[in-house]
Design a protein around this ligand. Structure first.
Ligand SMILES: [Zn+2]
Length: 406
């Protein structure tokens, strides 16, 4: 097909009146009915012209309405399941993300209290310079919340970046299995790993209440005498108005973790690593933390998206992080193993790789690594084949905002 003549055959038009969030695309010779496309953001009216045509896609540029910078900047993202959102929506239960069995009865939880960001120690100096009494009180409370073994009052839950903690009595009967955790030298008290009794997935851990004194028995504590601290990525919130659980929040939580790490450590490249084995799974490149996308999702992608279509068109507008991913090269895998053997891949800080920029580690259970790569692959498949790669990288995105839980 001759590209020039083809380009003249496809035209776009945003219509004459006011701002618009739709564009009409039509074939000049009238051989097909015009199609209306939902745009990710409103655009100025009265824009029209010819689209350029690739082998498997067409492209045109539009001026967005006013001076909106949406779509081009790293807008501030906030992670789902924050204390504020949980306080507003008061989920009645939480289910296991892997098997959807109910594990927490939160119907009695009336107050969700925010703990400081996990990067809080990096920010603490800035906070403590501040003369604001409220901030100082909140820092003190935050310190208390970070202490393992502090009893959580009935009716309260504590919300950190990655965890939510409840009094152990909130665990649904028989839903959690406790296993002893190898004690590390710096542990001031034993912690107990918690697994879903139904499917065995690791959910978090239990900390015995220290006000009862140091446990003398090697037996696990009764849940009533402990707090349970569960990973947000392992949880699905359920409200009474929504009978079934939403899709997994994990890809959204992962997008927000990429963003938080990029802000805290100025990192853009990440290696995804399996928690138990240390096996590196993929490299990620956070290309753009926040942008608006409008797309017509494949059934594969629809199953994991939280954003839904506003109309009959089936188009979905979502806030996404643009993320590229690729397999590690043999050299990178070898280097990764070498660093692990030398013990230099141990901390949560940046690892000096033989890469142009420092690479941050993202460590998840194998199941979560697989879910993250599936989400990226499903999003990659939405692009026209000719636009799916950027050099060695696969072009993709992660939904970054849950309309209900962010
Ligand atoms: Zn489960």
């Amino acid at each position: 097909m001759d590209t020039n003549s083809a380009a003249s055959r496809l035209s776009f038009d945003t219509g004459a009146g006011g701002q618009s969030q739709a564009v009409s695309v039509s074939v000049s010779d009238g051989s097909a009915a015009p199609a209306s496309l939902l745009l990710p953001v409103p655009v100025e009216a009265a824009q029209s012209g010819s689209a350029t045509l690739g082998d498997d896609h067409f492209a045109f540029k539009l001026q967005t309405a006013s001076h909106s910078e949406r779509g081009t900047s790293d807008a501030l993202l906030s992670a789902p399941l924050s204390a504020e959102v949980l306080q507003r929506r008061l989920p009645s239960h939480f289910a296991c993300d892997a098997c959807q069995e109910v594990i927490i009865d939160s119907s009695g939880t009336k107050t969700y209290r925010a703990l400081p960001s996990q990067h809080w120690e990096e920010l603490i100096d800035a906070w403590m310079c501040h003369d604001d009494q409220e901030i100082n009180v909140s820092v003190t409370r935050g310190r208390e919340g970070m202490e393992e073994g502090r009893r959580i009052a009935d009716g309260d839950a504590w919300v950190a970046d990655a965890l939510i903690a409840w009094p152990g009595a909130c665990a649904s009967a028989g839903s959690l299995r406790m296993e002893s955790r190898p004690t590390s030298s710096d542990a001031s008290q034993p912690l107990w790993d918690l697994h879903c009794a139904a499917c065995g997935v690791a959910l978090g851990y239990a900390a015995p209440n220290l006000e009862l004194g140091q446990p003398s028995s090697p037996e696990p504590p009764a849940l009533q005498d402990a707090s349970v601290r569960l990973h947000k990525r392992a949880l699905l919130p359920i409200t009474e108005s929504v009978a079934t659980a939403c899709p997994s929040l994990f890809p959204i939580l992962a997008a927000n973790e990429l963003y938080q790490l990029s802000q805290a450590h100025a990192a853009r490249h990440f290696v995804v690593e399996e928690e138990d084995t240390g096996r590196p799974r993929a490299m990620l490149w956070l290309f753009l933390a926040s942008c608006q996308l409008s797309l017509s999702p494949t059934p594969r992608l629809s199953r994991i998206l939280h954003a839904s279509s506003p109309d009959e068109s089936g188009h979905v507008v979502l806030t996404a992080s643009k993320v590229f991913f690729r397999d590690l090269t043999a050299d990178e895998v070898a280097e990764h193993h070498e660093q692990r053997q030398q013990g230099s891949v141990g901390g949560a800080t940046a690892v000096p790789w033989s890469m142009p920029a420092a690479v941050e580690r993202l460590t998840y259970p194998a199941r979560s690594c697989a879910a993250l790569l599936e989400a990226l692959a499903a999003a990659n498949a939405c692009y026209p084949p000719s636009r799916r790669c950027f050099g060695p990288w696969s072009v993709s995105f992660l939904e970054a905002v849950s309309p209900a839980w962010t």
